[in-house]
Design a binder for this molecule. Structure first.
Ligand code: FA5
Length: 343
């Protein structure tokens, strides 16, 4: 047997025996460090080369490298064997504590707009309203014509419409009011509906205006409907939102599909003397509304002498801002998880 054969085999065989005897990963790591660590046997062998007689040096270097490769291979294969054994043991039920609590699942939460929408849907359903949905890509007819906003009507300018490609016949709906026109066609009166959803306007975006925002439309059709019914319904709506009875006032407002039309303001629920939210006026401008225009009733096939109604268009995005004291509407649909995690 040559020198090199006996000298190489012994330390490697010893190392392999010690590695094979390791019962866990910690023990294995310790043996690995002993041989392959910075101060380990292989490092010491290599460091001793300059002290060897020149003729011995290549042999020492070769032995050190063979030891290093052999130890590394034995460590890797034993590490795999230990991992496999652990999985097998867990499969047999060993080392598995069924009474430990599982890791907590990561839970999402509902978007604040969805939360308010669902609350209001529940409230209105409890008063006998149906919840309707309508298309976000809407025809010019339902978004404008059926609502008494004809092609040359100045009110179209205030809607800053996104037109879909083509002949201008399809638009991204600028409000939820087209659902009024659709509901009048589809259902027989008397009728009570709400329709929450997304709207789109080509606005210059700022802290209170976004290009995409949410509204909730309301429509009631019945006989002998008056402004008193409208005010009563709006007060109930506000009680549901703010959990208190708020004083309201109506100011004239112009919308071609209601007559008379109003802007409804509510007493600021946050202060007694004026605050930032109500801009020190103690009133919050909250929702446009009015009695359904006879032309709209006729478009829906109803006789205005027999039927009347009221409608409102609640700005849901602004309401959510008010409720959570959010100072910039762009947070709502900005998609920043850190913002959304607060709800
Ligand atoms: C309308 O859209 C009418 N369709 C509402 C209506 C319905 C009136 C039924 C009468 C009867 P207006 O353009 O004012 O109206 O918008 C209604 C609400 O939507 C506003 O009060 C505001 O809260 C919200 N809103 C309008 N534009 C934006 C915008 N760019 N970003 C966020 N909210 C907006």
């Amino acid at each position: 047997m040559s020198d090199s054969e006996s000298g190489d085999a012994q330390p490697l065989a010893q190392a392999e025996a010690r590695i094979a005897a390791c019962e866990d990963l910690d023990a294995l790591k310790a043996v690995e460090r002993e041989y392959l660590g910075k101060q380990g046997m292989v490092a010491q062998l290599l460091a001793s080369i300059p002290e060897q007689p020149p003729a011995e040096r290549p042999g020492v270097g070769k032995r050190a490298n063979e030891l290093k490769r052999g130890v590394q291979a034995a460590v890797d294969s034993h590490r795999d064997a230990l991992a496999g054994a652990r999985v097998d043991a867990e499969r047999r039920g060993e080392g598995f504590d069924a009474s430990l609590p599982p890791p907590r699942p990561q839970r999402g939460s509902l978007h604040p707009i969805t939360q308010v929408t669902r609350e209001l849907e529940d409230l209105f359903q409890s008063m006998g309203y149906q919840v309707l949905d309508g298309p976000e890509v809407e025809t010019d007819y339902y978004n404008f014509e059926a609502l008494n906003i004809h092609a040359d009507h100045p009110a179209r300018d205030s809607h800053d419409t996104f037109f879909c490609e083509g002949d201008g016949h399809l638009v991204m709906r600028t409000h939820t009011s087209p659902v009024q026109a659709r509901a009048l066609e589809k259902f027989e009166p008397p009728l009570r509906v709400v329709a929450p959803g997304k709207c789109f306007r080509q606005e210059s975006v700022d802290a209170s205006h976004d290009h995409t925002f949410h509204q909730m439309e309301g429509l009631v059709i019945d006989r002998d409907i008056s402004v008193a019914h409208l005010v009563g319904a709006m007060k109930t709506l506000l009680r549901g939102i703010f959990d208190q009875d708020l004083e309201v006032r109506l100011r004239p407002g112009y919308f071609p599909f209601v007559e008379p039309g109003f802007e409804l303001d509510a007493r600021c629920p946050f202060c007694q003397t004026g605050c930032r939210v109500c801009k020190r006026t103690r009133w919050i401008e909250l929702l446009p509304c009015g009695l359904v225009h006879p032309h709209v009733l006729r478009h829906g096939g109803l006789d205005p002498n027999e039927w009347g109604g009221f409608a409102f268009g609640l700005g849901l995005s602004r309401l959510v801002m008010l409720r959570h004291n959010i100072d910039d509407i762009r947070h709502l649909l900005g998609g920043d998880v850190r913002f959304l995690e607060q709800f």
